[in-house]
Design a protein around this ligand. Structure first.
Ligand SMILES: Cc1ncc(COP(=O)(O)O)c(C=O)c1O
Length: 363
């Protein structure tokens, strides 16, 4: 039951378009990044749909996210990109629920093989640090040792990967990182099932000659800083719950940061910063009613905001992110990145996933 008229509308046909576009541009299999609640889109709905596309992997940030997806019935192979805190119970769950882990250092790997894995199925990908200086191996001499030990210890090496730090920049940093990675792969001369490097911008900006998979997050959801044919898959709607007159010289909301310079009609909309709308959009963003731009006036409250509305409009539906102003616009205005705006959309917002104009799932 959802009683608040504020919701995110997710178009799975657009997700299908983006998925196939990225697959055909790269000519590689897709490891879809669904971490952080599928970049705010709702990870169960997105993952259940990706199940139907036979996606090679869904990438999550933690074992907790992986187990949550399994609990909800998601069946695709899952890869944890982040750190996993090890103990025997964790490894039993990893094996039971068929979750692949990222091996991030020799120390972590030696701890992994110190547990009793004899009756378990443990699969992993090696993360290589080629310059991001986050997780991953920096000493490449250790990799042959990892391969040797895993052959002895009944654990399965499925893949190897690295991550670019500046795929949105037009410099040669990707080439430098890629050359380091390529030279390692050539030296190892091992028949990896999966080799993967590219996030969204790299898929569209960079030619990777050795990988057989890509790891798109943001582009799947319709955004990239590169030239593309992507479609943003999520729109954000709410409704005017009350209309009222604001008379000349009256103020609006906390701190009275907006003063009417004339009499005007305003609307109250049940969405606020607790939903993830940045406070910096106060007096600084336009929502839309029937394609007519309506400025947000006064400070955005925790659960509500106020807008100026045209006298003639009878429609109560307010588009907060749509075809004109969207999550990318919000990021630009508030001097942040679209990733942050999307991932901060609160789970309390009702999410409706549509496929062929029918409801696929609600979350
Ligand atoms: C290791 C790794 N791969 C892929 C991605 C997806 O990146 P993007 O959303 O830029 O495609 C991320 C995102 O943070 C990541 O950490």
């Amino acid at each position: 039951m959802y009683n608040r008229p504020t919701y995110l509308d997710i178009n799975l046909d657009a997700l299908n378009h983006n998925y196939n576009y990225l697959k055909s541009v790269s000519g590689k299999e897709v490891f879809a990044v669904v971490k952080a609640n599928a970049y705010g889109h709702g990870m169960v709905g997105i993952s259940k749909y990706l199940d139907t596309l036979n996606c090679a992997y869904l990438c999550v940030s933690s074992l907790d996210e992986a187990l949550y997806l399994r609990k909800k019935g998601v069946v695709s192979p899952l890869l944890v990109l982040g750190y996993t805190q090890l103990n025997q119970k964790v490894l039993n769950a990893v094996s039971k629920h068929n979750v692949s882990l990222s091996i991030i250092s020799m120390e972590w790997f030696l701890e992994l093989v110190s547990y009793d894995n004899s009756s378990l199925s443990i699969n992993y990908h090696i993360e290589i640090d080629t310059g991001m200086n986050r997780l991953g191996f920096k000493d490449f001499d250790e990799i042959s040792e990892v391969i040797r030990i895993s052959n002895e210890k009944n654990i399965t090496l499925e893949g190897i990967y690295t991550h670019f730090h500046s795929s949105d920049k037009n410099d040669n940093s990707m080439q430098i990182q890629f050359d380091i990675f390529k030279s390692l792969i050539e030296t190892l001369n091992y028949d990896f099932k999966w080799i993967h490097t590219s996030n969204s911008d790299a898929i569209l900006n960079f030619e990777d000659s050795i990988s057989n998979a890509i790891r798109p997050g943001l582009a799947l959801y319709g955004y990239s800083s590169s030239q593309n044919e992507l479609i943003p898959i999520m729109h954000f709607f709410s409704q005017i719950t009350q209309r009222k007159m604001l008379f000349k010289n009256e103020t609006v909301s906390y701190g009275a940061t907006f003063t009417a310079n004339e009499d005007m009609l305003i609307g109250i909309v049940p969405v606020g910063y607790a939903d993830g709308l940045p406070l910096g959009l106060s007096n600084n963003y336009n929502v839309y009613i029937d394609n007519v731009s309506c400025p947000v006036i006064g400070k955005i409250c925790m659960d509500q905001l106020m807008i100026r509305i045209p006298e003639e409009t009878k429609n109560n539906t307010v588009t907060i992110s749509g075809l004109i102003n969207n999550f990318e616009t919000m990021a630009k205005i508030t001097n942040t990145i679209t990733y942050e705006i999307l991932t901060c959309l609160n789970i309390r917002i009702h999410r409706i996933f549509r496929l062929n104009n029918e409801i696929f799932i609600e979350e």
